[in-house]
Design a protein around this ligand. Structure first.
Ligand SMILES: [Zn+2]
Length: 300
């Protein structure tokens, strides 16, 4: 299945998804009317969040979708990774050519996907279009409604007629036309929301690659779990030579060349902590195609 990058949003404090048919985010007039009398609730960011939030995500967020031809898409992935800046940012700017590398920090030969269906969250699409918006950007601090305009992009014209509209964005006209949401041609149906983690295996360092340097006598000893002892509930490193105990043994342990050990990537031979679980993101997927640990795949 082929995936495409759709957009970037800075999510604070939430991102909501909705069926374009059922909500009032469809056009300017309707967004404006929120302020007037129609429905007070739509002016309430908290109500909006409660009603439409499908994903609990904050910060730099990247939205991707699949493409299934005529019907548009039927899967959305919402990713925000701590490591994303390193992957995508280049000299202070987003390097757009690298959007497809967002999953790279998670990829590993023997990784395991951990997919969890969020039972309380589901979405029904009946309008053929799914939308998403930052509720925080709909209103000014004083409650006035911002000028948020939806604009279709990627329109295919044949002989002056619009034959296909694939996606578009909500632009904030009161703030440099910043993108505050978007919408996408989407297959009608019922959708589930999943959260996914990736379990990565750490590289195991053999004892022969690791040393403890005791501060009492500056002696370097090959690492061995027997040198780490519990004393009155505190973990200590024990120097046989001086018969001395030292707090915070992790500070004394290093590679043989003195290099610090990055425990996010490496594990000691005797460690019980040889895997690392990393957040992948959220997936909105048709109820008819159940997502499992086994059939989950990276996009790129
Ligand atoms: Zn010593």
């Amino acid at each position: 299945m082929k995936f495409k990058y759709l957009t970037y949003l800075l999510v604070e404090p939430s991102l909501i998804f909705f069926d374009m048919n059922k909500t009032r985010f469809r056009n300017v007039k309707k967004i404006r009317s929120l302020k007037l009398k129609s429905s007070k609730k739509y002016r309430d960011v908290w109500w909006l969040e409660k009603k439409f939030t499908l994903v609990d995500i904050r910060g730099h967020t990247f939205i991707y979708h699949n493409a299934i031809g005529e019907k548009g898409a039927n899967e959305i992935r919402i990713l925000n990774m701590i490591s994303i800046e390193d992957e995508i940012e280049k000299e202070g700017k987003w390097d757009t050519r690298r959007y497809n590398s967002i999953e790279r920090p998670l990829k590993q030969k023997n990784h395991i996907f951990k997919v969890e269906k969020i039972k309380t969250k589901s979405l029904s699409v009946t309008s053929g279009v799914i939308g998403f918006i930052l509720p925080s950007e709909l209103f000014f601090d004083d409650g006035r409604v911002k000028r948020i305009k939806p604009t279709w992009k990627d329109i295919k014209m044949v002989d002056g007629d619009i034959v296909a509209k694939n996606y578009g964005f909500y632009y904030d006209w009161d703030n440099d036309y910043e993108i505050v949401g978007g919408f996408l041609k989407f297959e009608n149906g019922k959708y589930d929301v999943y959260r996914c983690h990736v379990v990565k295996y750490k590289k195991v360092l053999k004892n022969s690659e690791v040393q403890i340097v005791f501060p009492c006598c500056s002696t370097s000893v090959e690492y061995n779990k027997d040198l780490i002892v519990q004393r009155w509930g505190v973990t200590n490193a024990y120097c046989k030579k001086c018969d001395k105990y030292h707090n915070n043994p992790d500070d004394l342990i290093s590679r043989k060349d003195g290099q610090k050990i990055d425990y996010e990537l490496f594990a000691l031979e005797d460690s019980t902590d040889k895997t690392e679980e990393k957040e992948y993101g959220y997936i909105i997927k048709s109820k008819s195609e159940k997502l499992t640990n086994a059939n989950m795949r990276f996009m790129f």
